[in-house]
Write a protein that binds this ligand. Sequence first.
Ligand SMILES: Cc1ncc(COP(=O)(O)O)c(C=O)c1O
Length: 447
Amino acid sequence: MVDHLAGLRDGPVWRPMPDEVRAGLTRPLPAGESDVEAVYAAFQAGIQPYVTGNTHPRFFGWVHGGGNPVAMLAELLAGAMNANCGGRDHVGIAVERQVIAWAAAMLGLPAETGGVLLTGSSMANFCALLCARYRALGAAGRAGGIGAAKLVAYASAGAHRCVTGAMDMAGLGADALRKIPLDGAFRMDLGALKTAIAADRAAGYRPFLIVGTAGSVDVGAFDDLAALRDIAAAERIWFHVDAAFGALAALSPTYAPLLEGIADADSVAFDFHKWAQVTYDAGCLLVRDPALQYATFSQVTSYLAGAARGLAGGEPWPCDLGPDLSRGFRALKIWMTLSAYGTGRLGQVVEDSCALARHLAARVAASKRLEMRAPVPLNIVCFGIAGFSDAQTADLVADLQVEGLFAPSTTTIGNRLAIRVAIVNHRTERQDIDALVDEILIRARPS
Ligand SMILES: Cc1ncc(COP(=O)(O)O)c(C=O)c1O
């Protein structure tokens, strides 16, 4: 795997799985033993070549981190230790607490901020929403459900789908998320937010949560977090920030000001597996009030009771801070990545990614064939090809992926399909961006 990482550039970004490889995976539940060398050979032939490709410097799709070798080795160490980090008094819990403290320090939240590591921001946003629901309904809400409470929440129309999903999963209903229109810079329109809150109160609803987005998935836009904080404070509403990848901007001198206001949030969701380059999965939830987080998730059972001494000590346990009981030692790869590279080097990755995005935007602007479809506040560039239909754009992107050359993704901006390039991988260089533009221009030539 070390050789594989060293030779990434020489291989395709992505390879579609041939039918025979896919079919080869389908076999009966193995009853007997196999030689582990043969199992490893099967991995090398039929699994390793067909992964997503997000380690490759020319992968630009969705929001995928590139990972790093220190985290990869940390996973080997964690695998050997095989710690269950749901609870009990052992070093895995202590390392996780340190990671949570570092995350809070990175974003300027108080040292006593609580939190828990989760799979990703989808789960972290969901758990934050449950904390906000607890603030609104208290223990009665946990015991009796939401009943007739008409709780409503607010997020921008550019918020990630997981916010809608969280409302649905929490039993509040997806329709109880008010999707506030965007302004010209793809941020939540603050006037529209205030109007929506007032209208909901007048109609007997109970506003309980405002979700600010720091780095929207489509274009990387930042809501005005300081303004949202002030509105939330005035309205006595929980203020949560979905900073899935944008949180890392805190480490970049140029982009940190975009996060102004996040330090006052009641909760923040973000991922170490995106811009922080930790291997999947490594989501993080921060909650300003650790007692409220505990009250939201804790349960009392005799078989999981804490103790003053011995291995059952060390409360609070992560199983009382989120939904998972059995949990791997996710914190180790984060702790080792942050220890090895430091915030300076990670902040430089953010600076470099955004400089590459600006370079791409400049090349788009300089070309008569290409057209910008959205502003570029951070590391995401959405553009199109003049005269291309949505179907042609989709075909071009799929061709680049299938041929293994590049992996951008697509999104819809203003009812038109755009090529979307998100630069998240620390391995991406200027030559990769130039090669992408050159290739697209060749394919965009009128025939
Ligand atoms: C803004 C935003 N929020 C939430 C998520 C969901 O994060 P995850 O995929 O880690 O669950 C993403 C994923 O890209 C995102 O960009």
